[in-house]
Design a protein around this ligand. Sequence first.
Ligand SMILES: [Mn+2]
Length: 443
Amino acid sequence: MQDNVTNFLNHLSKVTSRIRKELVDGSIAIVSHYDADGLSSASILAKAFESHDLTYHLRIVDQLDHEVVTELSSLGYDIMIFSDMGSGQVDLVERCARRGTKVIILDHHLPLRFPSNNTVIDLNPHHYGIDGGVEVSSSTLSYLFVKSLGLGSPYLTTLAIVGALGDRQDVAKMRSLTGLNKLVLEEGISSGVISVEIGLRLFGLRSRPLVKCLEYSMDPFLPGLTGRESAVILFLKRIGIEPVEDGRLRTYSSLTQEERRKLATELVKYLINIGYSARQAEEIFGTLYFLANEDPSTPLYEGREYATLLNACGRLNRHEIAIALGLGLRGKYLQEALRILNEYKRIIGNFLAKLQKGGNYVKEYDGGKLTVIDCREEVPTRAIGALASILASSKFLKAKGPIIVVGGGERIKVSARLPLSFKGEVNLGILLTEAAKSVGGVG
Ligand SMILES: [Mn+2]
């Protein structure tokens, strides 16, 4: 094992043995983020604590700000755990600690500085030379934390992987996981709860008819096919795959080996024909992560699909459903999650359709060098980042530079992306931080 990984794990076990008693006896607040990684890490902590009769409260928030901290610190918890946040808000976190609360940070974003108050324990792997951007998600960090406390279980490794995929940390060869994520993955594989395979990265490949699967593909976005049922049917017929058999839409599993091969190569050809580079086109393949104990006919069976489901719940403010799934509840909770996912896709799909028809949503500046999309009232604030990603990767817009998506209501939220075709260099992070500062916001 790499030195820094060994050092980090050693440090973790020192910390957890020191705080174990306090955790078991005290009142705990878990504060986490609403995205798939934040929801997975919250579930890991909650499930581990619940299984060992530890008392905890759980709060899912948009961001760690003044308001959240003021409220939480007035509640007098013995221990506060911030997951997927905290390292960038050390000042705020230290304010909680000054009231006698022990604070634990399980964050993987780039930290501002090391906490100066010794009642704050920052377990951010960046402090130990591990790249939290790609090697470890908060979910993986939370898993390592509970495991080190002696509260781990094989089931929790599946949630760790879902969170890492949700944060798009599948950056190694063939879209696979690396670093500490891989370490936890290997644990899941050896305990038989996870299996890995290379294949087409299309949502619902095992649970939906093939036509629907291509039609609803958002990541990867398939220009000309996504959102167009009749185009998908024509495409399949043209490459010699009958979309219907005995009056029923066919599924991927009903395809012969030959047909599966054809589907894969023709999809790549199709994307290259519409202007994708070979590398971009091959992005439709990747490593698939199957959760052996889940029902294969549901999105919970494949890690990325599971993450998509969690993201939809979080973005539509239904994080309680995401947490219920993480705690292992199925039945009506799963039904509700699937309904939320459809609702989410409908909202995004409707807005994209409106965009295509024109409307007053798009403003171009400087001959298209800057494109601003105003989707206030149309798209929930928590979903604008996802919308920006779709717009940047889909050629919906003829943007020649940064794409800025504006959402929110009383408080504006802005999300920016560079389009796939963009060749120059712009640091959107710095740009947004400066822009936000000039109007009294944060970025
Ligand atoms: Mn994260």
